[in-house]
Design a protein around this ligand. Structure first.
Ligand SMILES: [Zn+2]
Length: 64
């Protein structure tokens, strides 16, 4: 497994979550410095019986 983080961009839009490898870095202007081009789209699968959700980071999870 590889450590990463999921930054939340608070903008007036529906945005897909992305996973970023490594540790988040502080930024004076944007709170957290994130290089958007390095993010991997996250998809979520939900169990219909118990509601358990599993997340997967893969380029195939990008918006179509
Ligand atoms: Zn289940």
């Amino acid at each position: 497994m590889v450590r990463g983080y999921i930054p939340d961009f608070s903008q007036a839009a529906y945005l897909l979550l992305n996973w970023h490898e490594g540790h988040p870095e502080k930024s004076f202007w944007t709170t957290t410095r994130v290089k958007k081009e390095r993010g991997i789209p996250i998809g979520a699968y939900r169990c219909r019986k118990c509601g358990l959700i599993e997340l997967f980071a893969d380029s195939s999870m990008a918006a179509q």
